[in-house]
Design a protein around this ligand. Structure first.
Ligand code: NAD
Length: 273
């Protein structure tokens, strides 16, 4: 089955399931992204700070897949918020592309107070057609409120840490109320807590004859999140992509949602600079 497409607030579409390359070794990236494209992924999530945009670009170039069948996201690193136009052009050059599908401000870095300035550059990049959509990442409600009050374009997405123990209900509700889709990073909890062993996940996996990772990815898809789990292993890439032949029941979704416990596994957005 094909990956479902979600329509963003500017009318562009995004494959709801993609492949993320955080911590993918730059030297291995071309091989790993080539595997992901062969498995069937058409949405790749990278960032300038990952240092692997060139490898992503090489895999895309050698894949022969038409550009309009791919969705490529990259992100503006924190130390370039006052220099976004140049940073963006560097990313495009490394990717070997003439446009990206989605360009994000990686973190709000509220102590620097430069994300409004950065967003105004992203608005110009969007207007020029070099990014088909623009969005933010790790924005909490106050950051979104400031951005909405002081700029013109509503972000298409907010990419935030989101997995069953940390669902960020306030950010998610505020984003949705404003037409902003949620992208869930760390969708499997980055392997940092025993999510796969919880009875709620394990019993659904058992009931459907699927793996716990597949159940958690299904939970994201059924709750409306865009997700791009990361794996270096081709068999896990295939496992994570094979999630369209079954559906969790409403009770199973609710049971997994009940795992919320404000269990952030990575940095707090107010503390990243
Ligand atoms: P993830 O939740 O996708 O977890 C990845 C870990 O899960 C890896 O250690 C992998 O070995 C393991 N795993 C993957 N598939 C598995 C399977 N089927 N069975 C068992 N284990 C499995 O974490 P992530 O990579 O941090 O998040 C996904 C993507 O989100 C990243 O690659 C990146 O693109 C993005 N991201 C964005 C930000 C941000 O600040 N915007 C931060 C982190 C990640």
């Amino acid at each position: 089955a094909n990956t479902p497409l979600l329509t963003l607030n500017n009318g562009t579409t995004i494959p709801q399931l993609g492949f993320g390359v955080f911590k993918v070794d730059p030297a291995e990236t071309t091989r790993i992204v080539t595997d992901a494209l062969e498995v069937g992924y058409r949405h790749i999530d990278t960032a300038a700070i990952y240092g692997n945009e060139e490898g992503v670009g090489q895999a895309i170039a050698s894949s022969g897949i038409p550009r309009d069948e791919l969705f490529v996201t990259t992100k503006l690193w924190n130390d370039r918020q006052t220099d976004a136009e140049n940073a963006f052009e560097e990313s495009l050059g490394k990717l070997g592309l003439d446009y990206v599908d989605l360009y994000l401000i990686h973190w709000p870095t509220p102590q620097k107070d430069t994300f409004v300035q950065a967003w105004k550059s992203l608005e110009k990049i969007y207007a020029s057609g070099r990014a088909k959509a623009i969005g933010v990442s790790n924005f909490l409600v106050p950051h979104l409120q400031k951005l909405l009050a002081e700029t013109d374009i509503v972000p298409a997405v907010n990419q935030i840490e989101l997995h069953p123990a940390h669902q960020q209900p306030e950010v998610t509700a505020f984003s949705h109320e404003n037409g902003i889709e949620i992208e869930a990073w760390g969708p499997l909890g980055q392997g940092k807590y025993p999510l796969f062993e919880t009875p709620e996940v394990a019993s659904a996996a058992e009931a459907h004859g699927k793996t716990p990772a597949q159940v958690v990815i299904r939970w994201h898809l059924q709750t409306g999140n865009i997700v791009f789990p990361k794996s270096n292993s081709r068999s896990r890439m295939a496992e994570n992509f094979d999630v369209f032949g079954f559906e969790l029941t409403a009770d199973e979704v609710a049971a997994i949602s009940s795992l919320e416990r404000e269990g952030r596994v990575s940095a707090h957005p107010d503390e990243v600079n």
